[in-house]
Write a protein that binds this ligand. Structure first.
Ligand SMILES: O=C(O)CCC(=O)C(=O)O
Length: 238
């Protein structure tokens, strides 16, 4: 687990920038921090980590990945109800969900092909901000069309929680909600903009989080509109 203490600059509320990465300006965390409950320790926010040029380069990589591994609609376990968000993956493993349950697997659920390789900007991001000694094994790509959302949940399908989850936003802004380790813990929300990066590490690794809504037309990055979110995960123990 990455070291996390009250002096850790990745701690919620502290100014932070990724080690050895000049792309990230230091910007204060939340506008209304006095009025909302504390964020879990180990949660870090890097606003504008990817500048405009870097976002376009990353988007080109994601387009190529989606051309090889098309977005699919996951289904809720047991009920088979479709998610509103469509998904793909890159890296050795990918997260999928269907009637049989949530899991990681090395192949696309519809094409049966291995997931495309993790692109260099994501490998570099992981190395810069994760504080973890091994590589990320999965990058889940979520595409939010207008009107889609993701309910409050924990990321807990990995064999290990020693590594953080690292998340990148591209495209339209999203209202992101984060709470504590219990579903009923108080939550707070923040706007995630294109290029922003979040890290859920240490005690925040299992924090409940979700996307309340996407703000239509708030970014020109994606021609078709909507939002992409990329979450990098370590799945197996080192
Ligand atoms: O879209 C986001 O920012 C959050 C995505 C997420 O929570 C997940 O993929 O588990």
């Amino acid at each position: 687990m990455p070291a996390s203490s009250s002096n850790d600059p990745r701690r919620a509320g502290a100014p932070m920038s990724p080690p050895s990465d000049p792309l990230s300006p230091q910007v204060s965390l939340f506008q209304d921090s006095a009025a909302t409950p504390d964020l879990p320790e180990g949660f870090a926010y890097y606003p504008g980590y990817f500048d405009d040029k870097a976002q376009h380069m990353l988007l080109d990589e994601i387009r190529q990945i989606i051309a090889q591994a098309p977005l699919f609609t996951p289904l809720m376990p047991k009920t088979g109800q479709p998610f509103s968000v469509r998904m793909s993956n890159c890296g050795p493993l990918g997260w999928v969900s269907d009637r049989a349950g949530y899991r990681y697997q090395p192949q696309h659920p519809e094409t049966g092909s291995p997931w495309p390789l993790m692109p260099d900007p994501l490998t570099a991001l992981w190395e810069n901000v994760s504080g973890f000694s091994g590589p990320a094994e999965a990058c889940l790509i979520n595409y939010y069309a207008d009107g889609t959302r993701m309910g409050l949940h924990q990321d807990r399908d990995e064999e290990t929680f020693d590594a953080p989850v690292v998340s990148v936003s591209l495209g339209d802004e999203a209202v992101f909600r984060i709470g504590g380790l219990k579903r009923k813990d108080p939550t707070r929300s923040m706007r995630l903009k294109s290029g922003d990066v979040l890290v859920f590490g240490g005690p925040a690794r299992l924090a409940f989080h979700g996307i309340d809504r996407v703000i239509k037309g708030s970014s020109a990055l994606l021609k078709q509109g909507g939002r992409l979110n990329l979450t990098l995960r370590r799945v197996t123990a080192l």
